[in-house]
Design a protein. Structure first.
Length: 107
């Protein structure tokens, strides 16, 4: 193999990587809106996992918060079940504005 073959391989490889990068950019830009992945952008999230513990090799105990109510679930294994529902959720801690502004100043 000569120098020309190596150069052609490197150029073809760079071209393929460029095509992959362009496809990635297009998907990130347009597919998010089309497939509804950006549904909650700019909105306060209503659903979150507060805590999760492993019970055994198959099952997990999960505490889920929806709005201001928490639900205790056992998931995995043969079936999923609700252990307790309607648990009043403690208020979320407010973000520390001073710490966030200090981090921004440190950068």
């Amino acid at each position: 193999m000569g120098l020309f073959d190596y150069l052609r391989f490197i150029l073809a490889f760079g071209f393929v990587l460029g095509l992959i990068g362009i496809c990635y950019w297009l998907v990130r830009r347009y597919a998010v809106e089309r497939f509804g992945l950006a549904m909650n952008l700019g909105k306060t999230p209503r659903l979150r996992i507060v805590e999760s513990r492993v019970l055994d090799g198959r099952r997990r105990l999960v505490l889920v918060r929806r709005d201001d109510v928490e639900h205790l679930l056992v998931i995995g294994g043969e079936s999923d079940m609700v252990v307790e529902t309607g648990i009043p959720a403690p208020p979320l801690p407010a973000p520390d504005v001073a710490a966030i502004s200090d981090e921004g100043a440190a950068r």
